[in-house]
Design a protein around this ligand. Structure first.
Ligand SMILES: Nc1ncnc2c1ncn2[C@@H]1O[C@H](COP(=O)(O)OP(=O)(O)OP(=O)(O)O)[C@@H](O)[C@H]1O
Length: 475
């Protein structure tokens, strides 16, 4: 059978998948479509120019190796950039660019759009002149990219953030959702994007708002009967940054209004940046239509920084504060405070304060005392195994019974309680909880959490189970 663009590309993908991380594969290779094969040239379609640049910078070698394996030494790769929904352009346009690794570089084949007229996007509600309103962006200039140190834990999110600030609304990262645990830099990165946009495009209207404040404003607008004005205000923003979006959970009125604002901005090529303490798949009580929109762009995780990054962050902070500290103390701090950058910064500040108030040198002993305060107060995370054991003991059954497929009511309830506490007391995702508690899927865990919440309010006996288990697990 002859080769097709698809068959060649599938083989390349199989090779690439084996050689890069699953996250990188998902982000950079899954969105690509193979569209044409002529002689030795494979054309692949990518969603933005940034995407193409990223592939060329980071993956050109692996692309070359895989394609050469398929098509021989003369293999050529042509990128076709297909932009959709950018700057209000309804009809996608394409641009073809050969890979820099082509053996014979011919002039770029550019297939620019016939300068299609941008559709006039009129909002009948916008009051003439409102565009000239000065809106305070609510950005903190200290939260810049320069101060946001790069490491493996944040590379994807940071680079995507930079791409967005170079071309707000013009990349495939719309919305850009930054998620991760407490104190890992979500707010900092979200501000940095806004600060950079303001620097590059001073005329653009940027607004940073916490989801909590957004909710309060919405409630107020309903009370004062000016909900429409509230919506129209948000619809004229060019770059909207909403922090802690998970706080919209369970607030259906605010979700509804946000849904309309989001759609309007997205359709008009405006940029939306969201942060959350969990991945979209783990968000509870957020409407499906909103969740699906959060997944349109890129969800980039901020993970715990590795040792080198923690050292870099400490050094940067000390440098900015004009303080010197021996290297062994810097490393001691980086070794002992691992999961929260805010705590790391807090420890440095305490250390500097103690030493200057007491006119004492910063010593490793002092560092040890300070770190004890931080580490002692950080609760150890429970394991899902431990939770299953405590719940099984409480109901006098063994763990295998708790995990079994039986539909017997008391066993189902014990299993649901184990899932509920795993969600409450660990950082594990719904999918991971499900797979550890009897190989169930994430929807089952979500259902279990809802059932436990409901039963706790309607069934006194059940409420007692929850309270007693909570005590056993947390004391
Ligand atoms: N990569 C980094 N480089 C330098 N500083 C960082 C980095 N990441 C986080 N920080 C610093 O850590 C502190 C906590 O960050 P931030 O407030 O953005 O976290 P967060 O994820 O929004 O936390 P929360 O979940 O509590 O909202 C800030 O002072 C921030 O400047």
């Amino acid at each position: 059978m002859g080769k097709t663009a698809q068959s060649v590309w599938n083989n390349c993908l199989a090779f690439i998948q084996d050689n890069i991380t699953p996250q990188a594969y998902k982000t950079w290779f899954e969105p690509i479509k193979a569209i044409k094969l002529t002689d030795n040239a494979l054309s692949i379609q990518v969603p933005s120019k940034f995407f193409y640049e990223w592939l060329e910078e980071h993956y050109v070698n692996i692309l070359k190796v895989s394609l050469t394996k398929e098509l021989g030494k003369q293999a050529k790769l042509v990128y076709v950039i297909k932009m959709e929904n950018t700057y209000g352009n309804k009809s996608p346009f394409t641009e073809k660019i050969p890979s820099t690794q082509r053996s014979t570089v011919s002039p770029q084949e550019i297939d620019r759009p016939s300068k299609s007229k941008k559709p006039e996007l009129k909002n009948p509600f916008i009051i003439p002149g409102i565009r000239n309103l000065k809106i305070d962006s609510q950005l903190n200039a200290n939260y810049s990219f320069e101060n946001f140190l790069e490491g493996d834990s944040n590379r994807l999110a940071r680079n995507a953030g930079m791409a967005v600030s170079n071309k707000p609304g013009g990349t495939s990262f719309n919305p850009l959702l930054i998620f991760g645990g407490v104190g890992l830099g979500k707010t900092h990165l979200a501000h940095a994007i806004g600060v950079e946009v303001k620097e590059k495009y001073p005329e653009k209207t940027v607004l940073y708002i916490s989801a909590e404040k957004f909710t309060q404003q919405h409630i107020e607008s309903v009370r004062k009967n000016n909900r429409n004005d509230f919506i129209h205000f948000y619809q004229i923003i060019d770059v909207l940054i909403v922090d802690d979006i998970q706080l919209l959970s369970g607030k259906s009125g605010t979700q509804d209004v946000f849904f309309h604002i989001f759609n309007h901005l997205h359709q008009n090529g405006k940029q939306v940046i969201l942060t959350s303490d969990k991945a979209p798949v783990d968000m509870q009580d957020i409407e499906q239509r909103l969740l699906s929109r959060f997944k349109w762009g890129l969800s980039a995780e901020l993970q715990n920084p590795d040792f080198e990054t923690r050292v870099k962050i400490i050094e940067n902070k000390l440098y900015r504060d004009g303080v010197e500290m021996p290297q062994d103390i810097i490393e001691y701090l980086a070794n002992n405070i691992q999961t929260n950058i805010r705590e790391l910064e807090g420890a440095i500040i305490s250390l500097i304060a103690h030493s200057s108030f007491n006119k004492k040198e910063i010593t490793i002993d002092l560092a040890r005392k300070i770190v004890e305060n931080y580490v002692k107060h950080t609760k150890k995370e429970l394991s899902i195994d431990y939770i299953q054991k405590v719940v099984s003991d409480y109901f006098q059954m063994d763990v295998a019974t708790l995990q079994s497929k039986t539909r017997k009511r008391h066993i189902v309830q014990a299993r649901q309680l184990a899932m509920f506490f795993a969600k409450k007391l660990t950082k594990a995702s719904l999918a991971s909880i499900g797979s550890q508690i009897g190989k169930r899927d994430h929807a089952t865990v979500l259902h279990a959490c809802k059932t436990v919440n409901n039963l706790s309010t309607t069934d006194k006996q059940f409420k007692k189970f929850v309270e007693e288990l909570d005590k056993r697990l947390t004391i």
